[in-house]
Design a protein. Sequence first.
Length: 83
Amino acid sequence: MFAEYIAKAVEKAVYEKMENGRFFAALPGFKGLWAEGKTVEAARRELISSLEDWLLLAIRCGDDVPVIRGIDLNKIGRHAKAR
């Protein structure tokens, strides 16, 4: 479920070429999550890595994360916090 969530979330990524020639990547709805790279593909890979870390931290802290195409990881965080 975690890998499917990430794959579907990254489909919503927005990319922008910056003035320095590098690419900026962000995910709408994921506050403070962004990445950059020399190419769009490098920015995408970095975004995936950052998203994984962002999600793990949010789930561990019990913070809500966006529901992506019916996948609700918030249930995991609530279950883990109840232990």
